[in-house]
Design a protein around this ligand. Structure first.
Ligand code: CO8
Length: 260
């Protein structure tokens, strides 16, 4: 049984194997203090060990915020050495999320600023509510993004737009976030429900193919990207899911994937 008694996270697993992870510090707009970061790290390790979990949705408690950033009270005490260490620690945790081999969707239900925007960027997909406001306002604190935002925002929206957002620190409302490719979808209602609906479609596909798709796309832009794609493609040609998928097509029926 997966651990449930986190202090700052709520974890729920539904019958379809979708785990909803809610960052639960609504009185501080779910700001990421050290405990939240450590519990996120622990939760993703546990999720990796739990075969029943087939996908994850991350969201924030309350109606106002996904995550309003790193905890500024904690940030204010950093010096150069501890700042670099904390930055690296957050980067490693968000990299762990990006490296998950099951889909992870951020359901952005309000403010996703600073570290909150960086957390959303570490997820594979982002679905925002119409009241979402995203952005990297670190320069207003005399800082730059430190949890991967300079890299992932640039990958998501391009260098000029990323630099504009980072240097102005301005908030990006949901519609603009969609237009510039920062989020996949904007919904009027609850983004968690929409994320689950999208996952229902993804989970109908071959699980090993989904895993390899994530692994290959994560290598995009690196020196090994094309080689990785060919290797992962070849690997899939030896799976039962490949046999089932192609046979089902030829027999004009729906595939029944075993995940092997
Ligand atoms: N950290 C700590 N507390 C916060 C944070 C935060 N990031 N955001 C909000 N809170 C707290 C407020 O202090 C307030 O607490 P209290 O009631 O005890 O005074 C409570 O949450 C509610 O917030 P507000 O009263 O401010 O709510 P408003 O609706 O008036 O405003 C905003 C909402 C606009 C979101 C506003 O709270 C705000 O501007 N928050 C800060 C946003 C921000 O600058 N985020 C970036 C932080 S820096 C960062 O994330 C760096 C990441 C990289 C770190 C690298 C490693 C070191």
């Amino acid at each position: 049984m997966i651990k449930q008694d986190f202090e700052t996270l709520l974890l729920a697993i539904d019958d379809d194997g979708i785990c909803t992870l809610t960052i639960n510090r609504p009185e501080k707009l779910n700001a990421l203090n050290n405990l939240v970061l450590e519990e996120l790290d622990e939760a993703f390790d546990a999720i990796n060990e739990e075969y029943k979990i087939r996908a994850v949705v991350i969201t924030g408690a309350g109606e106002k915020a996904f995550v309003a950033g790193a905890d500024i009270k904690e940030l204010s005490t950093l010096d150069p050495a501890s700042g670099e260490k904390v930055s690296k620690k957050g980067q490693d945790i968000f990299q762990k999320i990006e490296d998950m081999t099951i889909p992870v969707i951020a359901a952005v239900n309000g403010y996703a600023l600073g570290g909150g925007c960086e957390l959303a960027l570490g997820c594979h997909l982002r679905i925002a509510s119409t009241n979402a406001a995203m952005g990297l306002p670190e320069v207003s604190l005399g800082l730059i993004p430190g949890y991967g935002g300079t890299q992932r925002l640039t990958q998501a929206v391009g260098k000029a737009k990323a630099l504009e957002c980072i240097m102005t620190g301005r908030q990006i409302k949901a519609d603009e976030a969609f237009e510039i490719g920062l989020v996949n979808q904007v919904v009027d209602g609850n983004p968690v429900e929409e994320a689950k609906a999208m996952l229902q479609k993804i989970l109908k596909q071959g699980p090993v193919a989904i895993k390899n798709a994530i692994l290959a796309v994560n290598e995009a832009g690196t020196e090994d990207g094309f080689e990785t794609e060919a290797k992962l493609f070849g690997e899939l040609c030896g799976t039962a899911d490949f046999k089932e998928g192609t046979t089902a097509f030829l027999e004009k029926r729906k595939p029944n994937f075993s995940g092997k």
